[in-house]
Design a protein around this ligand. Structure first.
Ligand code: UD1
Ligand code: UDP
Length: 387
């Protein structure tokens, strides 16, 4: 089998976490076959949005950190493309591995495909069918720049077929003759691996937060449609605060810096009220092990995050999705996730129904067997073997 040089590109928090599943599988099973080089675009840079994951999840430090930071879409993406291009020209990898749908994903896809390095896309085929979401454009463009596409769900696989990708393509695979696979989800691999460790390493975390198992609700909000729209953000938070007070339940909110910026600059009074409310705990972003503990022990999750929606399923928790649509539609079809947008009545209705009647919910195995990273790496190696 040929030895291959693979460049992993990460930038945003969830990508760093996802990359740990691939790095771990390389270390465990493919260290003789694959050399991994990590580029961090620097899209996320606060300690608790980046460094904490490298330390805790045992990912080796990035070989290159482009230090791009925050900026408008065009400026941020173009700085990433420039930086990634330079590294690719220097390193001349055999392939470039991308995760998800962020600007870092898009920049990697454009830089690599234009230099004719094969792009491998993990989490291919996910669609919200809402092109006003920056992530939807990033997904479509990244998929259509890829040579190997790993779809985590049946729906994602079907979405790719609907866009003209053909499962029957045979090798050699190229950007014009791409291969699509139905896999599981590497975040399920991670959850299985880290859930036990979280309990072992963070024994006092919940206690330290004064949280009692099964008696609090975990909330995350970071999606631009919510944070950048003052009316939506206010409606969500006022509704949540009212419900928490009415039902005498704690809401724990590890908030993304983007949400804090919006609250501080546009909804200062509400932010102060939330901080003074004894039912609301706004905290800085937590580490992945801490997040796992918060998810595993909560009563319910309310979120607009893609990753947190799936993790609600891994931990068998009902989930209220603070969005109008989702890429993880199987959760909604299963009845364990409810789409409520930012609508006060819908939030209230689903909240009350999950609070008082969720004992009969079932959580089928939608996301594979926990060995998705191994499957993906094996297929990557086979591609080079067949060449
Ligand atoms: C990005 C992704 C989104 C993903 C999310 C994961 C895009 C277009 N969006 O959104 O799909 O769900 O990451 O968390 O790529 N900020 C800080 N410190 C940081 C990072 C960000 O303060 O370390 C603040 C800045 O004010 C910045 C804002 O958050 O302007 C938004 O950051 P950005 O990376 O542009 O987008 P996210 O909202 O994080
Ligand atoms: N996460 C975390 N700490 C937090 C919030 C989220 O470790 O304070 C993890 C979460 O468990 C999931 C991932 O980050 O694995 C999701 O990232 P995010 O919600 O930022 O982005 P999305 O998945 O929506 O792209």
């Amino acid at each position: 089998m040929p030895h291959i040089k693979l460049i992993n590109i990460v930038g945003a928090r969830p990508q760093i976490i996802k990359a740990s599943a691939i790095s771990r599988a390389i270390r465990k099973h493919f260290s003789k076959d694959i050399t991994e080089i990590l580029i961090h675009t620097g899209q996320h840079y606060d300690k608790e949005m980046s460094e904490v994951f490298f330390d805790e999840l045992e990912i080796h430090k990035p070989h290159y950190n482009l230090g791009v930071g925050s900026a408008g879409h065009g400026r941020q993406t173009s700085m990433m493309i420039t930086g990634i291009e330079e590294v690719l020209l220097k390193e001349k990898p055999d392939c470039v591995l991308l995760y998800g749908d962020t600007n870092s994903t898009l920049a990697g896809a454009l830089a690599a495909s234009k230099l004719h390095f094969p792009v491998i896309h993990i989490e291919a085929g996910l669609r919200s069918f809402n092109k006003t979401m920056p992530e939807e454009l990033n997904r479509i463009m990244s998929d259509h720049s890829s040579t190997l596409l790993f779809a985590p769900t049946n729906t994602a696989f079907k979405n790719l077929m609907a866009e003209g990708f053909r499962p029957e393509n045979s090798p050699p695979y190229t950007i014009d003759n791409p291969k699509i696979y139905l896999t599981g989800d590497i975040m399920y691999d991670n959850t299985l691996f880290f859930a036990g460790l979280a309990e072992e390493k963070k024994t006092t975390f919940l206690e330290h937060m004064s949280l009692v198992r099964n008696s609090y609700i975990l909330v995350t909000i970071h999606r631009d449609t919510n944070t950048d729209d003052t009316v939506r953000l206010k409606e969500i938070l006022v509704t949540l605060k009212t419900l928490a007070e009415e039902k005498d339940i704690i809401l724990v909110m590890p908030l993304h810096p983007r949400t804090i910026v919006s609250l501080k600059t546009r909804l200062k009074d509400l932010y102060d009220e939330l901080n003074h409310c004894k039912h609301i705990k706004i905290i800085p972003p937590v580490s992945f092990l801490e997040m796992i503990l918060l998810e595993k022990n909560c009563k319910m999750i309310m979120t607009d995050s893609g990753g947190v929606q799936k993790e609600s399923h891994f931990f068998k928790k009902p989930c209220i999705v603070l969005r109008n649509e989702t890429e993880w539609i199987e959760l909604v079809n299963n009845g364990t996730a409810k789409l409520v947008g930012a609508d006060a009545d819908r939030i209230r209705h689903e909240f009350l129904s999950f609070m008082y009647s969720h004992s009969d919910l079932e959580y089928p195995a939608f996301y594979g067997d926990g060995k998705t990273a191994e499957f993906i790496l094996n297929e990557i190696l086979l591609m080079f073997e067949k060449e």
